[in-house]
Design a protein around this ligand. Structure first.
Ligand code: RUB
Length: 308
């Protein structure tokens, strides 16, 4: 198995998890495709890039950030190749790799902005509830700590794959006050929470949020307790297809993740994500600032250069 296929297998198996990490891995897979390419002509290189993009885009269905970045970066690479008729194939490969690395740098810059905006939103001292593991959320929380804020964090364990443990371990390592609870154990904490902060896998044209299954219940519990609910998301999480009425496909994962050998007659449901309606969301923390769900679509469309 070549290293690109191995990486895609790791994404499928959640060894690489979270929308940003998956999108970064997608860019990395394009870089490796070019590094390992045997293409002798530009046409062959374009064909290899298109084939790799097709494979990468479909590795996790509910990840518009991956799709958007694959569309944009590979389209850009193809236009660069076409626009340099005099350049050698080797020179073109080097250029494509540099451009893809630029995408990774821009992702880091966007993350730094989100961390700054998010940290400003948090109180000087207080409790934040989160769900699953979002690198964007942990980035904000660590930035808040660096800014001197005293934040305690409660995270759900996030069955069946326990991504909450990744969050808890990461924040504890960063020296933060963190508690993990069973997924339905939030009630006790929500009464005292100042804010809920979750990540995003997809955002629809209506401003609805698709994130780890259970997020919509967390949002409802927050609303019942009058606690503000924010999602931290790069604008690439927006899915432009939803502007045309397309529904976000929710990934259904292997039932064995829930119950290895259930008794005969027991059906197992294992959706990876669920949808939280915009009305439960106070705002999205993006690289352009904190925006209400209703405004996200128009701001995101400006960033997604290729649109669809
Ligand atoms: C992860 C998850 C995260 C988002 C955002 O689900 O739902 O909240 O992907 O993460 P899974 P990030 O573990 O199934 O990938 O902020 O890192 O993009």
């Amino acid at each position: 198995m070549n290293r690109v296929d191995k990486l895609l297998k790791d994404i499928k198996a959640l060894k690489v998890q979270g929308a940003r990490n998956v999108a970064k891995a997608g860019i990395c897979a394009i870089i490796w495709t070019v590094e390992d390419s045997k293409a002798k002509t530009k046409e062959q290189l374009i064909e290899e890039l298109r084939r790799a993009r097709g494979k990468i885009m479909h590795v996790r269905p509910t990840e518009p950030m991956l799709r958007n970045m694959m569309r944009e970066s590979v389209d850009f690479a193809i236009s660069e190749i076409a626009g340099r008729p005099a350049a050698s194939v080797e020179a073109i490969k080097r250029k494509v790799i540099r451009d893809e690395e630029e995408y990774l740098c821009r992702m880091d810059a966007a993350m730094a902005n989100i961390a700054e905006f998010g940290a400003m939103l948090l109180p000087e001292k207080g409790m934040v509830v989160t769900h699953c593991h979002s690198s964007t959320v942990t980035g904000i929380l660590k930035r808040a700590k660096k800014d001197g804020k005293k934040i305690s964090v409660v995270c759900c364990e996030t069955r069946p794959r326990f991504q909450g443990r990744i969050t808890a371990a990461e924040l504890a390592k960063a020296g933060m006050d963190v508690t993990i609870t069973v997924d339905m154990g939030l009630n006790k904490f929500m009464k005292k929470a100042d804010l809920v902060l979750v990540g995003a896998d997809a955002i629809t044209a209506m401003g609805d949020l698709i994130n780890k299954v259970g997020t919509s219940s967390v949002a409802r519990i927050a609303r019942m307790n009058d606690v503000s609910f924010y999602s931290a998301a790069e604008l690439y999480k927006y899915d432009p297809l939803t502007l045309y009425g397309e529904r976000e496909e929710i990934e259904e994962r292997d039932p064995k993740e829930v119950w290895e050998r259930p008794p005969r007659g027991v059906k197992v449901s294992n959706p990876a994500f669920d949808a939280t309606a915009a009305r439960y969301i106070n705002g999205y923390i993006t690289e352009m600032g904190v925006v209400p769900p209703q405004a996200l679509s128009s701001i995101a469309m400006k960033k997604l250069k290729g649109g669809l």
